[in-house]
Design a protein around this ligand. Structure first.
Ligand SMILES: Nc1ncnc2c1ncn2[C@@H]1O[C@H](COP(=O)(O)OP(=O)(O)O)[C@@H](O)[C@H]1O
Ligand SMILES: [Mg+2]
Length: 369
């Protein structure tokens, strides 16, 4: 057995549709019990990757390994995989109990065990009272929990979920995100999850695999992707970001010095790729890390700007300006009673730390030019 420590191993997986490269050679490893999310805009190849793992789509090349076994061309029913989709796909004419019993009946489990298991998983998804109802007598959120119950009842090796919360309203979605995550931890199940919603990915995942036009843009923990994006695309896709073009004026081991628009000197954390003096580069700083400095307050990086707009957006207040009259730079601060916010037209000093100044590649590091 090769590397049995991995539940799922994907090697150089490729799929094209005519001229469209849906998947351009993906490599992903998943540990047992890991919650990994494929995140990316519509059309980035998430579903294609998931379907190839499920065996519902033939890749053009590459390998899928499940539990140390080569599964690339195995039929879906031999892969020990469970799936939950956006449209719950419950059998409408069967009761909840019969829906959950279905995969067990297919596996010729005896009636006494089926009865026990159905009761058990209905408890797990906290819906013990709905066993005799039909799917249409349940709310959207309840139906999705039953779909999940039907999946966990036969203890598949990996559970695949493709935008399972896409049809639910925002409040229920927030609640279900935590519920599914807790369930996954509690049951120790391995989940490969798909969403286009960055917040959902940040909330639920152990690791996020960010996809862009069929390629893996960045793969890492939510913290890594949020605080240390490697590319403009990653910085832009997760959270809000100021992205400013600058020129490298000096680079040593501890920091990179940049000349920013308007002539300001900005120090950035060391890049995770090579930088040269004189190079044009983009740096990223999150608005919540840009502070409006009071008199006498200091920061690693300081610029004086004129505010174009100051808007109160409920719990945060956003102050917008431009560096050198062109590059957008905004600051987001918690709205507090009694603190005076400057107004549009005022000059203020913006300040932020070296550590929050991240150099990002315009293209994915390693991607072909
Ligand atoms: N059956 C198909 N025929 C032709 N093109 C397809 C097919 N399925 C997917 N594609 C294309 O492959 C790319 C990736 O699609 P998909 O994996 O569904 O993306 P996502 O799930 O991230 O939205 C898109 O450009 C899509 O249009
Ligand atoms: Mg999709």
């Amino acid at each position: 057995m090769s590397e049995p420590a991995y539940k799922l191993k994907i090697r150089n997986l490729r799929k094209t549709y005519g001229p469209v490269i849906a998947l351009a050679g993906a490599n992903v490893d998943m540990r047992e019990g890991e919650f990994l999310t494929l995140l990316g805009p519509s059309g980035s190849g998430k579903t294609t990757l998931l379907m190839a793992v499920a065996g519902l789509l033939q890749p053009d090349g590459g390998e899928v390994w499940i539990d140390g076994r080569l599964a690339t061309y195995m039929p879906p029913n031999k892969r020990d995989i469970g799936m939950v989709f956006q449209n719950y796909a419950l059998f409408p004419h069967l009761t909840v109990a019969e829906n959950i019993a279905f995969p067990l009946r297919m596996r010729k489990v005896d009636e006494a065990t089926i009865k026990k298991e159905v009761t058990r998983v209905l408890d797990v998804v906290r819906l013990p009272q709905v066993a005799e109802r039909l799917p249409r007598q349940l709310s959207g959120g309840q139906q999705q929990r039953i779909a999940l119950a039907r999946c966990i009842v036969y203890k598949p090796s990996i559970i695949l979920m493709d935008e399972p919360l896409g049809a639910l309203d925002k409040k229920l979605r927030d609640q279900m995100q935590l519920e599914i995550k807790h369930l996954a931890v509690q049951l120790g199940i391995t989940v490969l999850y798909v969403t286009h919603d960055q917040e959902e990915a940040l909330v639920m995942s152990d690791r996020i695999c960010l996809m862009n036009e069929g390629e893996i843009e960045q793969l890492g923990t939510p913290d890594e992707l949020y605080f240390r994006p490697t590319s403009v695309f990653a910085a832009d896709f997760l959270g809000e970001s100021n992205l400013i073009k600058a020129t490298v004026s000096a680079a040593d081991g501890s920091a990179v010095t940049l000349k920013a628009p308007g002539g300001a000197t900005v120090k950035a954390a060391p890049a995770r790729f090579e930088v040269r003096n004189g190079q044009q580069i983009t740096f990223m700083v999150r608005p919540e890390n840009v502070h409006i400095l009071g008199s006498g307050e200091k920061a690693d990086n300081e610029v004086t700007v004129k505010l174009d707009d100051v808007v109160l957006v409920g719990q945060v207040t956003k102050a917008y300006s431009k560096l050198g009259g062109e590059s957008k730079l905004s600051s987001t601060q918690l709205t507090r009673v009694g603190t005076r916010m400057p107004k549009a037209g005022e000059e203020v000093r913006f300040g932020w730390s070296v550590d929050s100044t991240v150099l990002v590649a315009d293209k994915r590091p390693g991607a072909a030019a």
